[in-house]
Design a protein around this ligand. Structure first.
Ligand SMILES: CC(C)(COP(=O)(O)OP(=O)(O)OC[C@H]1O[C@@H](n2cnc3c(N)ncnc32)[C@H](O)[C@@H]1OP(=O)(O)O)[C@@H](O)C(=O)NCCC(=O)NCCS
Length: 173
């Protein structure tokens, strides 16, 4: 299995991958993924795929976000992440997250945010006790997490996060 940057020729397989992994939400998530990949306001962006032979088995997208009042902070949001069912629980999700964070560090990233399962992301260095607000109010605030990159302290960060246009839709939150 290798992790690499996405290519133009991957897009149809990616659509299928997100559709299958997210089941009933699959159509919406695959539309979001494809729209983020084309979205100029999501740049800089890191899109990785996990490939086994000639099959894509996982993918993750990190897109740039802006922290209101602290525009000098270089931060990203992780969304979406998916691994196909038959190879889940073999560490591919972890490798995608770690390779993505390494790539963001190389782009001088300071922080990554995610809205997801605290149990899963808590194992990957994300925590809920930070002071950055999501773009929209959430029913489960503990699912809104941050991870520091390059050892930067997130203690003093506060304000509201603004995402790429594709993500600034309340129904996605
Ligand atoms: C969530 C997902 C990306 C994890 O990918 P993965 O490659 O299976 O994850 P890893 O192999 O790196 O880690 C597996 C560990 O995480 C845990 N885990 C996997 N999915 C989990 C979930 N949804 N919630 C909590 N823990 C989860 C497992 O318990 C496993 O640990 P264990 O095998 O020791 O029990 C994958 O299950 C997936 O694509 N799910 C459907 C789409 C989705 O929900 N994406 C997340 C969007 S926020």
């Amino acid at each position: 299995m290798q992790i690499r940057m996405v290519k133009e020729t991957d897009l149809e397989s990616l659509r299928q991958l997100f559709r299958e992994a997210f089941e009933e939400e699959g159509e919406a998530v695959s539309n979001l993924a494809l729209s983020l990949i084309e979205d100029k306001s999501a740049q800089p962006r890191v899109t990785l795929v996990a490939e086994e032979g000639d099959r894509l088995v996982g993918s993750v997208i990190f897109s740039a976000v802006t922290l209101e009042g602290a525009e000098q902070i270089c931060s990203y949001i992780l969304a979406p992440l998916a691994v196909v069912k038959d190879v889940q629980r073999s560490g591919i999700g972890r490798k995608l997250i770690e390779s993505g964070c390494e790539a963001l560090c190389e782009q001088d990233g300071d922080a990554v945010f995610v809205l997801g399962d605290p149990e899963y992301y808590g194992r990957h260095g994300f925590f809920s006790k930070h002071h950055v607000h999501p773009p929209y109010e959430l029913p489960y605030p503990e699912a809104w997490m941050a991870r520091s990159l390059r050892g930067i302290s997130l203690e003093s960060l506060q304000g509201r996060l603004i995402c790429a246009d594709s993500l600034m839709r309340p129904e996605l939150w």
